[in-house]
Write a protein that binds this ligand. Structure first.
Ligand SMILES: Nc1ncnc2c1ncn2[C@@H]1O[C@H](COP(=O)(O)OP(=O)(O)O)[C@@H](O)[C@H]1O
Ligand SMILES: [Mg+2]
Length: 277
C-alpha cells in the first residue's frame, strides 16, 4: 500500500516537509484561551528538521501566543506539542530551552547596563544541555554568535548604547548562543530599513546553514518570500492558509484577511505583467 494512503498517518501528512518524513516539531490541536477568548484555536502544524517556516497574520492573530505555547511560557488549554516525537506540553520554559528550542522575544528586554558580549554569554550559559558550559566557554560562544550577527565590533558596548537594529541583532545572538536546534524568531526585522532587512536575512540564512530549523513571525513579505520554504497564515487563532509562500500570498482569503486591497492590486498587476496569473 502506498504510504500516503495509510490510515495511520498523522494529521496533515500531505504537507511538504524539507526532505524529512518525521516532523521535528508537531502541534496537534493547540489551544490557548485568555478569559473566554481562544487566542490560539486548535492549531495543527508540522515542522520538518531544517525547514524555514514563516508565520504571518494580522495583529492579534495569535502568532506570539503560539510561540509562547511552543516555548513553554503558556500552558495549553487544549492539544499537544511534540518535539522529536515526545510531548513537551506543560514543560517549563527552561526545560524546553534545554531540549534545543531557542527563541527571541518580540519586546526586546536586554540587560541594559551589561555589554553586548555579556548578554550573549548569558544565552550560552542558559541554553540547550549541550551548550551549558562554564563562563569561559560561554564567552567563546558569545564571541562566535556576535560575529555571526555582525556585532563583533560592538561586543564591549553597553546594550543601552546600541541602536534598535543592533538590539534586534543582539536578541538573535542571545537566542543563537543557546545553541538551539529550532530557533523561534518573533518579528526580529520589524522597524528595520531595507538594507538592515537584507543584513538580517543573511543572518538568518547563516544560522539556518548551521543546521538550525527556523520558525519566524514576520510582517515583511519580502522576508517570507525570500527565505521561507513554507508559510502559514494565522487569523483569529486559526490556520487560514498554508503552503508555498508565493502561493499563500496570492490566496484570496489571505489577501482579504491580512494583506489588504492595495497590496492585492499591486500583486495582480505584477502577476499580469509577468504572466504568472
Ligand atoms: N498575556 C495575555 N493575556 C491576555 N490576553 C493576551 C495575552 N497575550 C495575548 N493576548 C491576546 O491574545 C490575542 C493574540 O495576541 P498575540 O498572540 O500577541 O497576537 P499577534 O502576535 O499575532 O499579534 C490578542 O487578542 C491578545 O490581546
Ligand atoms: Mg506578536
Amino acid at each position: 500500500m502506498n504510504e500516503s494512503s495509510s490510515p495511520h498517518r498523522p494529521l496533515q501528512a500531505d504537507l511538504p516537509l524539507a526532505g524529512e518524513v518525521k516532523p521535528q516539531l508537531e502541534l496537534l490541536g493547540v489551544t490557548k484561551r485568555f478569559g473566554g477568548v481562544a487566542a490560539v484555536d486548535g492549531v495543527n502544524l508540522r515542522v520538518g528538521k531544517g525547514e524555514i517556516l514563516g508565520i504571518i497574520g494580522p495583529n492579534g492573530a495569535g502568532k506570539t501566543t503560539l510561540l509562547n505555547c511552543i516555548s513553554g511560557v503558556f500552558r495549553l488549554d487544549g492539544g499537544d506539542i511534540r518535539w522529536e516525537g515526545a510531548s513537551i506540553a506543560g514543560m517549563a520554559p527552561h526545560r524546553v530551552a534545554r531540549l534545543g528550542i531557542g527563541r527571541t522575544f518580540q519586546i526586546v528586554r536586554p540587560f541594559g547596563s551589561m555589554t553586548a558580549r555579556e548578554n550573549a554569554a548569558i544565552g550560552a550559559l542558559f541554553g540547550s544541555s549541550d551548550a551549558r558550559k562554564g563562563p569561559k566557554e560561554a564567552f567563546e560562544i558569545a564571541d562566535q554568535v556576535l560575529e555571526l550577527v555582525g556585532l563583533k565590533a560592538k561586543a564591549g558596548r553597553p546594550v543601552a548604547a546600541l541602536t534598535i537594529p543592533d538590539r534586534k541583532r543582539l536578541e538573535v545572538a542571545r537566542a543563537v548562543a543557546t545553541r538551539p536546534h529550532l530557533l523561534l524568531l518573533d518579528e526580529v526585522m520589524a522597524g528595520l530599513n531595507n538594507v538592515e532587512i537584507d543584513e538580517a536575512l543573511d543572518m538568518v540564512r547563516t544560522v539556518h546553514a548551521t543546521g538550525v530549523t527556523v520558525l519566524l513571525i514576520e510582517h515583511v513579505m519580502r522576508v517570507i518570500v525570500g527565505i521561507c520554504d513554507r508559510a502559514i497564515v494565522l487569523e483569529s487563532g486559526r490556520v487560514l492558509a498554508e503552503g508555498e509562500p508565493e502561493v499563500v500570498l496570492r490566496d484570496e482569503r489571505v489577501i482579504q484577511a491580512y494583506l489588504g486591497e492595495r497590496y492585492a492590486k499591486r500583486l495582480r498587476a505584477s502577476g499580469d505583467e509577468d504572466g504568472t496569473n
